[in-house]
Design a protein around this ligand. Structure first.
Ligand code: ISL
Length: 563
């Protein structure tokens, strides 16, 4: 694998690069930015790998495993927060945007990690948390010191309502009975926090806030990061009147509702800053809104975020009709803007997709034996789906091992949002501690995921039938197949319960169009009517599958057919 090229990657690709309607000629002359062709891998540093036995993952642990990630074949890493933080929200409460928390290492280790990743041909993006800081950030400490403090207006303060209640009816995330406001006794005003009270919202209407936050981007851009995942980025604009949420939305956290025009202006400024740097620096926005149409607006006209996470598919059940709808809605919302989709099935905020699909099967009354077989098959077929959709996929660490959420007993739960299960440490080997050795009085910060005998990296690396090897085969195929990286996608009519899509470039000489068929039912299905005559390139259940496609899909089987 080569190192990161200094010129834009992919300039020779032959696909329709940005929209379904772009002409062949312009596609040929437009270089494809790296982030459209890349597969991202999300690292949650606390749970990736621990280099010093304190039970918490760290940057040196990540650095030690970069070759494993290069072996897997991912193109870019997204690191969740590693900044100094009191950890009220495990790093999403930042106390210093321009440093590394000693728990995770130091700036020198970060620089070495980025350099090593680049040498291995992988880009690195980091989390940027612009909506709120920690209440321990010096800006907020100063802001709370007096109504006249220099940083007072960097946060959102309001007088109590006449009856002493919070200034509006906004609800915070995590505890939907809690207001998004905390009364600050010493200064007699409420401050806004869309998340925990330890995470006061910044006031982006204050020009000094915007300037300071742009400086934090510059700090990391100067250190060579390839971009950012911007946390709750739709929150950086608020209606200055702070109007009540409408009654029909009460009970939904305001962070899932906030959608205000001024944010787009701010994103355009941020985009210009990114573009002032060489090397195609990018931003993927976490726009936590439940409508793909609304999320699409944050791409602007190719002048706001480069990518935005699309959450409706993350919450979609394992059903072909629902996935067809997600794919159609995504194309309808994004294509007219020339916006490039992103796809994500799991992250550090939600039960893993395997766990979600398992839970749905249990609710549907599936017996235990059937459920166990289907669970593995679905996890594999989901990998095929994620890595063949038109757009940039994001793999969450551990999905490549087919992990399910850990069972976290009440006395070990630590997250205010109840999200510990999907954040369990990554099992690295067959040993009793799975690669998380700690001193006697310590243990990993969360319990390990279940089925560690088989769902650990070393065991799966040895086994060519493992889901880890399936991910690797898929990533290798994608990397060498322009149709899968940047080609068009067309949904095909398929039998009930089957998702079928054709991927091809617009280049008439493209020798490698592909058809992907995913059986989302627990029964075998004939798909002869699709008339697929090509060879099997990858089958989700069998590393040796090859030769002409039989026209029959096994239960929850996914197949990529050439042609
Ligand atoms: O976690 C969620 C549901 O369980 C989401 O509502 C989540 O709060 C939302 O996606 C915003 O998430 C991001 O910002 C939060 C942080 O806790 C999350 O980890 C982060 O991904 C506040 O910074």
């Amino acid at each position: 694998m080569g190192s990161i090229p200094s010129t834009p990657a992919g300039s020779a690709a032959s696909a329709d690069l940005t929209t379904s309607t772009e002409s062949h000629a312009s596609a040929m002359s437009t270089p494809v930015p790296w982030w459209k062709r890349a597969v991202f891998y999300q690292i949650y540093p606390r749970s990736f790998a621990d280099s010093n036995g304190d039970g918490v993952g760290d940057l040196a642990g990540i650095r030690a495993h970069l070759e494993d990630l290069a072996w897997l074949g991912v193109d870019a890493l997204w690191l969740s927060p590693f900044f100094p933080s009191p950890m009220a929200d495990f790093g999403y409460d930042v106390a210093d945007y321009c440093n590394v928390d000693p728990l995770f290492g130091d700036l020198a280790t970060f620089d070495a990690l980025v350099a090593d990743a680049h040498d291995l041909g992988m880009r690195v993006i980091i989390d940027w948390v612009p909506n709120h800081t920690s209440d321990q950030h010096p800006w907020f400490v100063d802001a709370g010191s007096s109504r006249h403090a220099e940083h007072r207006n960097w946060y959102v303060w309001r007088e109590p309502s006449a009856d002493g209640s919070p200034p509006n009816n906004w609800v915070a995330a995590f505890d939907l009975t809690a207001p998004a406001w905390t009364f600050h006794e010493p200064s007699g005003q409420w401050y806004l926090h869309l998340f925990e009270s330890a995470q006061p919202d910044l006031n982006w209407d204050e020009p000094a806030v915007e300037a300071a936050m742009l400086d934090t981007l510059r700090f990391w851009l100067d250190r060579g990061v390839d971009g950012f995942r911007a946390d709750v980025v739709h929150g950086i604009g608020k209606d200055p009147a702070l109007p009540d949420d409408p009654p029909e939305l009460v009970g939904i956290p305001h962070c899932a509702i906030n959608d205000v025009a001024v944010t787009h202006e701010r994103l355009r400024t941020i985009r210009q800053l990114l573009e002032s740097y060489p090397g195609e620096r990018m931003m993927v926005g976490e726009v936590f809104l439940m409508s793909t149409q609304a999320i699409a607006t944050y791409y602007g006209t190719n002048d706001e975020v480069h990518l935005a996470f699309n959450f409706p598919p993350l919450f979609a059940p394992w059903r072909a009709d629902r996935w067809q709808a997600c794919i159609q809605e995504t194309a309808a919302a994004l294509d007219p803007r020339g916006a490039w989709p992103s796809w994500v099935l799991s992250n550090h905020d939600n039960p893993r997709h395997r766990t979600r699909y398992d839970r749905a099967a249990a609710r549907a009354g599936e017996d235990e034996a059937t459920a166990a077989v289907r669970s593995e098959a679905r996890a594999r077929a989901a990998a095929v789906l994620l890595l063949t959709l038109r757009g940039t996929p994001f793999i969450y660490q551990g999905d490549e091992l087919g992990l399910t959420d850990a069972d976290v007993p009440a006395d070990r739960q630590v997250d205010p949002g109840g999200r510990d299960g999907c954040r369990a440490p990554l099992p690295w080997n067959d040993g009793p501690d799975r690669g998380w050795p700690t001193a006697d009085h310590l243990r990993p910060w969360l319990p390990l995921p279940p089925d560690g005998d088989t769902r650990n990296r070393a065991a799966q690396r040895r086994d060519p039938h493992s889901i880890l090897h399936l991910y690797r085969r898929l990533l290798a195929l994608r990397r060498t197949t322009p149709a899968l990286q940047t080609g068009q996608a067309e949904l095909l009519d398929a039998p009930d319960g089957v998702l079928a899509m054709r991927r091809r470039t617009e280049d008439a000489t493209d020798a490698a169009p592909c058809t992907i068929v995913v059986n989302m039912t627990g029964q075998p299905v004939h798909v002869h009517e699709l008339g697929l005559v090509g060879h099997v390139l990858v089958a989700s259940d069998d590393p040796e599958a090859s030769g002409p496609f039989s026209g029959v899909l096994g239960p929850d089987q996914a197949v990529i057919v050439g042609g």
